[in-house]
Design a protein around this ligand. Structure first.
Ligand code: PAZ
Length: 328
């Protein structure tokens, strides 16, 4: 399929991100290493966190979204446990695999520490068990070079990175998995309409209705739909591609997920609602099949992120039950 004009224009009219060539070199090295050490290696590209939409070229202000990267980080840990090497394309400073267990759960990481009787700094007794488990997994991933962290901030950086990384995963063919959990902006300001410098309050327009005073009017264009091109050109032919669909209106979720699947022709859309995303998701697959995966009610309060494990298990075992129990 030939990319539509808006896509080619997007890449020619926006500057190549500064970090791209460095990231490409890291990915090349990562892929070569894993393919040469294990020809059956499986690599998952997990995207995580939200993209920003800058309002100015020298950016002071930008539009952002809510995503903290919980889905992406939790899933990345799950894929690592399942034997995948993981490229983690994430919003800079959002949650990261392993450190996420400790980075946002107290006021300060020092809350996990204490002073022992002989003046050593140690991990507090109540955190010992969990920290040991996470540390073991982290050290295993590090020692075996299983996790590559690549940050992005803007929508443009994200799209350039996605295009390059998908292309660099070509040698993996069916051993590549795309798990696109990032919350990617649907709208952006084209480069030619973007202010170079900080928008001044003195520059904003007069309000159209009397009494409105001054207004900052921002016109956003739709971001070209890149998933079609990812599926048909960038990604290896046999790879598995999973995208996410977030909605706030429950009546739209399944139909929007079905439309996405139909339009882009990939393998699976996982739908979720903003308010219930931590404990229920819906799988929509080709042929209009819809299957809900839920953390059982009794386990929701303690299982902030258990749904990702259920998603992995559900995909592997394809159970027929509506609710998949965490303890199984
Ligand atoms: O990062 P998070 O755990 O807070 O949220 C995850 C999510 C809702 C962003 C993800 O599950 C998702 O739906 N991503 C795709 C969003 C979209 O429709 O663009």
């Amino acid at each position: 399929m030939i990319p539509d004009d808006s896509q080619s224009r997007y890449f020619t009219s926006n500057p190549t991100p500064k970090a791209l060539s460095k990231h490409e070199a890291l990915v090349r090295e990562f892929v070569d290493y894993h393919v040469s050490t294990n020809p059956n290696t499986r690599i998952a590209l997990v995207t995580s966190g939200g993209t920003t939409v800058p309002l100015e070229n020298q950016t002071v202000r930008f539009i952002d979204n809510f995503s903290a990267g919980t889905r992406g980080t939790t899933s990345a840990e799950y894929f690592l446990r399942e034997g995948y090497a993981v490229i983690f394309l994430h919003r800079q400073y959002s949650l990261l695999p392993y450190s996420r267990h400790f980075s946002h759960s107290t006021n300060c990481f020092l809350d996990f520490m204490d002073e022992s009787g002989d003046g050593e700094v140690v991990v507090r007794q109540e955190y010992q068990q969990k920290m040991r488990r996470v540390l073991e997994e982290y050290q295993y991933a590090k020692k075996n070079r299983l996790l590559l962290l690549l940050p992005f901030t803007t929508i443009t950086e994200y799209l350039f990175e996605l295009r390059s990384l998908a292309t660099l995963l070509q040698p993996l063919d069916s051993r590549a998995l795309f798990y696109l959990a990032a919350a990617v902006s649907d709208f952006f300001i084209p480069r030619e309409r973007m202010n170079e410098h900080k928008i001044q309050s003195s520059e904003v327009e007069n309000g159209k209705k009397s009494g409105d005073g001054k207004q900052l009017v921002v016109n956003l264009d739709p971001v070209p739909k890149f998933l079609t091109t990812l599926v048909s050109q960038w990604a290896p032919r046999g790879s598995m591609i999973v995208s996410f669909k977030l909605e706030t209106d429950p009546s739209l979720l399944v139909s929007k997920a079905e439309q996405a699947l139909e339009k882009y022709g990939h393998d699976l859309v996982i739908g979720n609602l903003l308010t219930t995303r931590k404990w229920e998701v819906v799988f929509v697959t080709k042929g209009g099949q819809e299957r809900w995966v839920r953390v059982p009610k009794a386990k929701r309060s303690r299982s902030v992120s258990g749904i990702e494990e259920l998603v992995g298990r559900a995909e592997k075992n394809k159970p027929s039950d509506e609710e998949v129990d965490l303890s199984g």
